[in-house]
Unconditional design. Structure first.
Length: 371
């Protein structure tokens, strides 16, 4: 069992942008120092509440200040980019990071970005993702001339007159045949999870707000994809995201998440506004909630955050794994913590919770893997 982190990030847009970006950088540096396995950074173009417009630019500033943590976009929103641009950018970062790069891909779901890039309505963004990654892999594996034609993009370089000088060639990744590819999985019974199984990609159940009763379906769909191509489904590569708040006592953790003016409140109010607009509030409702349309952020936070003392959080994570299935990487959500509280919760999670949680996971691995 390994520990990772996903950073959307979400910030109150009233805050100073330079300050919050530096806080986010320090969070990644702290995660590296604490031995976190990986960090995934979100990509959003038109939302000052999620202000990292280019995760690779952000991560590039951290290459010299981190030592071991793996890095990648969580995710490249492939419908928003020409595949050749992603192929070049990803290969470059893979070299600069000396192979610490992991490439998360996905549809993109932020409403303003979907509108901006005109990929809403009847557009099949899933088909765009599949075509884009096919182009990207072909670029990395191929040499000029390129004559690929697709439904959404073409990749054409036919002039090879200066090929001896490298003109018309694409740079190849540092990792061969290519960096690890991960795909973000949101909805229950996700087609993306099935695709990950077919292609051998890393499945990331990236919706930390999603009720665990739905997250379990991601692993089932991933297994079905693996079975389709005769591949064994390895639960060690499955990432499951969760909001986690650890404090010395249960009361301190509860007080922090229930602070009406605090960052947890903002995160969940922001989340619920998005889910309500898309008619998806049932996805976050606690079991048996009588009316998801009237759900409050306090109800969701109380039920969906693994909060409490190290012992309490360990118990909650064990219960999560028992419900979802045997995932191999716990992906903690990065919140807009106060610096002292953020350091405290990240340290307690890494140094006190994870050893106990990993011990439980190892002890139950054989039985879980057979499920």
């Amino acid at each position: 069992m390994r520990l990772g982190m996903f950073m959307q990030p979400v910030h109150d847009p009233k805050r100073d942008l330079s300050q919050v970006l530096e806080e986010d950088r320090q969070t990644v540096i702290m995660a590296d120092n604490l031995g976190y396995h990986e960090i995934w950074i979100g990509e959003h173009t038109a939302a000052t509440s999620e202000p990292i417009t280019d995760p690779m630019v952000f991560l590039a500033t951290l290459l010299g200040e981190t030592k071991q943590i793996k890095m990648g976009p969580g995710v490249y929103c492939l419908p928003h980019h020409h595949p050749s641009r992603i192929a070049g950018q990803a290969a470059l970062f893979d070299h600069l990071s000396k192979g610490r790069f992991q490439m998360g891909i996905g549809n993109g779901s932020l409403s303003s970005d979907v509108e901006l890039f005109e990929v809403g309505g009847d557009t099949d963004r899933g088909a765009m993702v599949r075509e884009s990654i096919e182009h990207i892999l072909a670029i990395w594996a191929g040499e000029p001339p390129y004559t690929r034609e697709g439904e959404f993009w073409n990749v054409k370089i036919e002039d090879t007159g200066r090929a001896d000088y490298g003109v018309g060639h694409f740079i190849k990744p540092y990792q061969q045949p290519h960096p690890p590819i991960a795909i973000s999985i949101m909805s229950p019974n996700s087609g993306s999870a099935h695709l990950a199984g077919e292609q051998g990609w890393i499945p990331i159940s990236g919706a930390a707000f999603l009720h665990p009763r739905y997250t379990a379906s991601h692993w089932q769909a991933y297994q079905e994809g693996c079975e389709k191509v005769g591949r064994a489904a390895n639960p060690d590569i499955w990432r499951v995201s969760r909001n986690i708040i650890v404090a010395p006592t249960d009361q301190e953790a509860q007080d922090y998440i229930m602070d009406a003016d605090g960052p947890v409140s903002f995160w969940f109010r922001y989340l619920l506004s998005s889910l309500k607009a898309r008619g998806l509030l049932a996805f976050v409702a606690p079991e048996g909630h009588p009316d998801p349309d009237s759900i409050t952020w306090q109800e969701v936070a109380e039920y969906q955050v693994a909060w409490g003392s190290p012992a309490t959080v360990t118990d909650k994570l064990v219960a999560l794994r028992d419900q979802t299935g045997p995932f191999g990487v716990l992906t903690a959500m990065a919140l807009e913590w106060s610096p002292d509280f953020g350091k405290q919760t990240m340290t307690l999670l890494a140094e006190e919770v994870m050893p106990a949680f990993a011990q439980h996971a190892d002890a139950t691995r054989v039985d879980s893997a057979a499920e």
